[in-house]
Design a protein around this ligand. Structure first.
Ligand SMILES: C[S@@+](CC[C@H](N)C(=O)[O-])C[C@H]1O[C@@H](n2cnc3c(N)ncnc32)[C@H](O)[C@@H]1O
Length: 237
């Protein structure tokens, strides 16, 4: 059961929310209070880069929970791309309820949206998204063209053992990259938009990140996640 404030701000239009929002601070008549919000992945980035005044490109923003925290950590601008209509509408509801005046949301497949952008950002925040793409290499090269300072990533990658399946080779820009095809559950609001995504082998993932211009990679954490191996890293130019 949500509060009357939640209801009047439209947050009860959607039954299932994946993210936890600080709803207890919402008010109908006053702006959301100034406060530093905390979340594990944004915290890892903020410990390494001051987000104050940053222009941030966020990919696969789901319900806008990270967008909210990026704004609250001082970002000057957050442009967030989300490919699912229902998630996008939740983001707009969150933007209204929490007064996210620095955040703007785009509805579309980022593999189509990235080529349409021309503005430069300081950093790209790509949490939970690279392993949902058909061609993560193309996305990474485009991200690099659009950013001047860094790329923060949380992603799955593949190893010879995990996930199951043969190691495939894909050509991009005259180079070969190894990885595995993984079937997406398209009904899941967290999933990719195409039937199969390409989980790069770890070595090839870091190689393409360097090739596209982020020469300095700091591996922050590696995890044996229930869905497969995962890594958090910050790559700087
Ligand atoms: C696993 S969730 C990650 C959500 C959030 N960034 C996080 O780290 O908690 C992946 C999100 O990316 C979106 N998404 C997946 N593939 C996409 C694509 N090609 N273009 C845009 N959004 C996509 C999904 O709809 C979902 O909201």
């Amino acid at each position: 059961m949500g509060s009357l404030t939640d209801k009047l701000l439209g947050l009860q239009l959607y039954k299932d929310w994946h993210s936890n929002f600080p709803r207890e601070h919402l008010s109908l008549e006053s702006a959301f209070p100034e406060m530093v919000l905390s979340e594990e992945r944004v915290d890892k980035l903020a410990q390494r880069m001051d987000l104050k005044g940053m222009r941030i490109l966020e990919l696969g923003c789901l319900e806008g929970a990270h967008s909210l925290i990026l704004q609250k950590r001082g970002a000057k601008e957050v442009l967030s791309v989300e490919g699912r209509k229902d998630n996008f509408l939740k983001c707009l509801t969150v933007k209204n309820a929490f007064g996210l005046d620095k955040c703007r949301f785009i509805l579309g497949d980022l593999e189509e949206v990235l080529p349409c952008l021309s503005k430069r950002f300081d950093i790209c925040f790509a949490s939970g998204i690279l392993y949902h793409l058909v061609n993560p290499m193309a996305a990474l090269f485009r991200i690099s063209e659009l950013t001047t300072k860094g790329l923060f990533v949380w992603t799955h990658y593949s190893t010879v053992q995990s996930p199951k399946g043969p190691v495939l080779k894909i050509e991009y820009n005259g180079r070969t990259y190894r990885g595995k095809h993984v079937r997406e559950n398209l009904k899941d609001c967290l999933s990719g938009l195409s039937r199969d995504s390409f989980w790069m082998l770890e070595e090839d993932l870091f190689r393409v990140v360097r090739e596209c211009g982020f020469g300095d990679i700091e591996v922050i954490q590696k995890e044996v996640h229930k869905h497969g191996p995962a890594v958090t890293f910050l790559a700087r130019k």
